[in-house]
Ligand binder design. Sequence first.
Ligand code: UDP
Ligand code: MG
Length: 316
Amino acid sequence: MSDKAVISIVVAAYNEEEVILESYKRLKKVMDSINEPYEIIFVNDGSRDKTAVILNEMCVMDKNCKLIDFSRNFGQQVAITAGMDHSEGDAIVVIDADLQDPPEVIPKMIEKWREGYDVVYGKRAERKGESVFKKITAAVFYRFLRKMTDVEIPVDTGDFRLIDRKVCDALKSINEKNRYVRGLISWLGFRQTGVEFVRDKRFAGETKYPLKRMIKFAFDAITSFSYKPLKLATYLGTTVSVLSFLYLLVVLYQRIFTNQVQPGWASTLAVNLVFNGIVLIILGVIGEYIGRIYDEAKGRPLYIIRQFKNFRDDKK
Ligand code: UDP
Ligand code: MG
């Protein structure tokens, strides 16, 4: 590792016109204070507002700013992948555009990296200004994910992290479509450590992760790292089959050895409802996996870029 290392910052932005300039200023201030060459790669993830215009202007004023402009919205996980793919730094830092991840933590991450760690993730000691609902669902999700997967994914960490060049290169060889980048980084291994930070509230604008997207994200995370839902479906199916077989014995016994009149209707309906429900859930779980297999099988590129700004030709 040479003394003067190049640091790449990757920022995914989707409809962030209200925050992107402030975000750039704070990043610039921190990076200028470190006194190392750096690049800030903004990935405009198909924003429908003025984000692209602002980013283009920033690129004209500041050659350390680079822009990857997507043809449409591909999602945050894909956006940060594109930023990493085209980065040239010895270390790459991924950070949100909304200043929830304070740029002032970056020097601490670089320090850890210099100590020899390949991955330095930001660990949220506290989340400010987020709804109770988001806090609870996030806390439950990260713990549930840890139970469901075999990969050691640190809890309460977002995508805010520093990775070494070699981790970034290894990540490039993973071509999965429904990506859960922080999980993939854990899967790669390498020496990891965390830096605690307080997650601020959004500087302006609102979250780009409404409930529907959070659910999709959670499914991606779990299905990319675990077969356990499929196993659970099998266990559930087996348990129900055994129970129903026992009940069948009861029914046969009553039919053959007693002359009780069967009320019939209620029990038939109940059994039907329960079974149909379970079968549908299991089908749904299997469907989630098949859908993802389908995505992989199509082999489409991860993202389409409309334009590059300020990139060297060999990095495009
Ligand atoms: N983002 C993106 N594409 C998307 C959704 C989000 O690039 O489709 C970016 C967004 O601009 C922000 C980061 O991902 O920089 C995190 O999004 P957000 O702050 O809305 O998520 P939250 O912090 O509420 O989980
Ligand atoms: Mg945010």
